[in-house]
Design a protein around this ligand. Structure first.
Ligand code: NAD
Length: 281
């Protein structure tokens, strides 16, 4: 806090910083070597595993306090303990539970997701509904809960972990593809509404990432096709991908972190595609 004992130059710098923060929502001055998210509070869903866990670790390393939200409560607590965050054992398919998550949040990473593979005519209705509740309704509920706080601070970052399936379709993934396309639309609306209030909203769209979600699919396809797991990755999963390797969760987390960083203030309403060239076709 400024005091009367400050020399004129220090007072000028302090006053300029405070005036700037009132306009941009930047935090009050922090030491020059502080990590860039020091003082920010982040909420990451599905943070007990895979991409969400990598995001939780990356955002904590950048200085944020992270709320680790996941239905897998033990794993969420382990992540929270590792990073000094706060765990929430929350089923995102339960609207009442979602509506009790913390509202004083500066950064949201809507990441939790699940997959079910079946042709449309055989797709179980309850799985379709569940996937949309977790991957569309929960992000919407979280946004409407945290936006008043972000607007009051004139700063907020929403990162929606979409997928190449937010931009392209594949057979047998009707619930997942339609949910990711809906998330893309929701993200754009949040970008337009949030812009006057210093809030950005973007999607990150990875191709196949090396996580438990995908390892399960690889194992299932290997059995279904009677071929080794490596062949499933190269010949089936990465068939349309120019770069023939899986993405690591940390690479997706870095993209999410960039969208919350000082050089991404003008980036909003868009999709950051990490698909190894899939959508270049
Ligand atoms: N792995 C990929 O290849 C890939 C590619 C593109 C996009 N994505 C997206 O990335 C996100 C994370 O996927 P991942 O690969 O890290 O998967 P993952 O299975 O490793 O992690 C997903 C997490 O979400 C949690 N979760 C699921 N249902 C939940 C619910 N009802 N309530 C609370 N938490 C719930 C799970 O417990 C798990 O911890 C998903 O939205 C997925 O669609 C993944």
């Amino acid at each position: 806090m400024a005091t009367d004992s400050m020399c004129p130059q220090a007072r000028f710098s302090y006053d300029m910083a405070m005036a700037t923060s009132a306009i941009t929502g930047d935090l009050s001055p922090t030491p020059p070597d502080a990590p860039f998210l020091a003082g920010r509070v982040a909420l990451v869903t599905g943070a007990a595993s895979g991409i969400g866990r990598a995001c939780a670790l990356a955002f904590a390393a950048a200085g944020a306090h992270v709320h680790v939200v996941d239905i897998a409560v033990d794993a969420a607590e382990a992540v929270a303990e590792e990073i000094g965050g706060t765990a929430h054992g929350t089923d995102l398919a339960d609207p009442d539970a979602v509506d009790t998550l913390p509202a004083r949040i500066d950064i949201v990473v809507n990441n939790a997701g699940l997959q079910h593979v079946a042709p449309i005519q055989e797709f179980p209705l309850e799985r379709f509904t569940l996937i949309h509740k977790v991957m569309v309704e929960a992000p919407f509920r979280i946004m409407r809960r945290v936006l008043p706080h972000m607007y009051a601070r004139n700063w907020g970052r929403i990162v929606n972990i979409s997928s190449v399936h937010g931009l392209r379709a594949s057979t047998f993934k009707s619930a997942y593809v339609s949910a990711k396309h809906a998330l893309e639309g929701l993200s754009k609306v949040a970008a337009l509404e949030g812009a006057p209030h210093g809030v950005t909203s973007n999607c990150v769209c990875p191709g196949y990432v090396r996580t438990p979600l995908i390892e399960g699919q690889i194992a299932a396809q290997a059995v279904a096709h009677g071929i080794p797991a490596d062949d499933v990755v190269r010949d089936i999963l990465l068939e349309r991908t120019a770069i023939k390797r899986l993405i690591e969760p940390e690479e997706v987390a870095e993209a999410a972190l960039y969208l919350c960083g000082p050089h991404a203030r003008h980036v909003t309403g868009t999709s950051f595609v990490l698909d190894g060239g899939w959508t270049a076709h």
